[in-house]
Design a protein around this ligand. Sequence first.
Ligand SMILES: Cc1cc2nc3c(=O)[nH]c(=O)nc-3n(C[C@H](O)[C@H](O)[C@H](O)COP(=O)(O)OP(=O)(O)OC[C@H]3O[C@@H](n4cnc5c(N)ncnc54)[C@H](O)[C@@H]3O)c2cc1C
Length: 463
Amino acid sequence: MSEYDLIVVGAGPGGSIAAKIGAEKGLKTIFIERGRVPGEKNSSGCGLGPRIWRDFPELMKDFIGNPTLPSQRPAKLIYSHFVDETHRLRYTEAWGPSDSVTYWPAKEWIVMACYRSDFDPWLAEFATGAGAELKTSTLVIDLLKDEKGKVCGVVTDKGEKIKGKVVIGADGVVSTVSRLSGLQYKWGKSAVTIVPQIDFKADPKKIDKVLGDACSGIWAGTDFPAAYQVWFHDGMHIGFGNWLGWYVEKKNPMSYMNTIINIPHFRKLCELTDAKPREIQVHLLPWTWNPVKTHTDNVILVGDAAGFPCPLEAEGVYPAMITAKLAVETAAKCIANGDTSKRAFDAYDDAWKISSVGIEFKGGRSLAELWRASMFDLDAMKWLVPFYHEVKGAIGDWSQPHIVRIREILAELRKYIPKLLPFALSYVVPLLSDVFEDDVEAIPQIESMIRKMMPKKKKNKVS
Ligand SMILES: Cc1cc2nc3c(=O)[nH]c(=O)nc-3n(C[C@H](O)[C@H](O)[C@H](O)COP(=O)(O)OP(=O)(O)OC[C@H]3O[C@@H](n4cnc5c(N)ncnc54)[C@H](O)[C@@H]3O)c2cc1C
């Protein structure tokens, strides 16, 4: 039976970083991937956040313009389109990095789009380059346990038994390691999303001409959950995620997809860029404000396996990479000390909680609640879309002298007060409490101000 210090299950972003750092620390490391190549089984595209460049500079220094990553396209502008119930485009806006952004490349672009079929194999090469052994086309189907019932390795679909001091579960949302180590059996209905997505092939020159600096965007409407669109060098994705429980009560996910791809403005963009559907995909993605239990004796979970995608936007590649780094740093110390117990691995939780990922989760609940109650709530979008249009778009029209327009807009906005103020109390105030954690006085003041502005309920007259 082969024996390793570190067995990493999965060669996605989390697995490759875990294997790379393990090998660099001198641990005998293997990473095992069910796909024929890393990235084969993953969502075919993604936007990479700039924190990856900030926190992994050595790794990322050769990314931009690298010919082995031909699908890359920076999002110097992100747009959002709002359509009404007739699917007429009511409002479009685009934004780029602002002056308050503190580091490169975040100053230049918001995300870098790159197909996972490019990115994952590229990343895995850093791990093999550092000396980790990669085993592909191999599914981990079971965990080896010692006489005390503690995990001490893995069993593959080829019948191999591989022993290891520590097993890192980097095997994504449907994690065999998490389930068989007893950390989590299955996701709750409101902790995991179903993400239907269509990948389109498109003409690179036309993409550049039509999109310019823009690369990704959001589509919001009143009869579909908010959708994302990402433009790559020679293709495009449209997709949307919503929680499992949401679909149970509503329609089939693909019926919303049909709605989105038939929006006239979306079709126009496809026509202008020669976009043709290439593949329909449906993925699962954890989207929760509480990562699961992350470790037990001899086992640590990273990335999606532990529920680490950002609770607001479900950015998951950076969290997978950073949690993998912290997990293996913890594991290496524990192996050196001869103690890989659950208690020794508590240091992993201490580390991720103070990391960039942990900060995201601290305010996670209020962010996720706000998102769920707006872009993903079709009833709320029925008033939020026209409200937003009125606030942001209406002032630019020439139908009246501008001062008259402002009066008209304000009169129109009054209509929204009965919906807007309770919404602000339920979702915006809790978010502000998380944001201004040190300024305890401000929040009750804002709250009481909103309450004072609330329309009074009419008293029933008693005759
Ligand atoms: C449609 C969609 C779009 C997304 N867009 C973005 C985006 O734009 N930006 C972003 O940052 N994040 C995005 N995400 C989230 C991101 O893809 C994940 O959070 C990220 O891939 C997590 O990395 P990971 O290494 O933890 O897991 P994964 O990337 O899922 O990697 C797990 C690996 O383990 C392998 N594996 C699984 N089980 C086994 C087993 N039993 N044996 C062997 N191998 C196994 C899989 O084949 C896979 O390669 C998106 C997710 C989806 C579904």
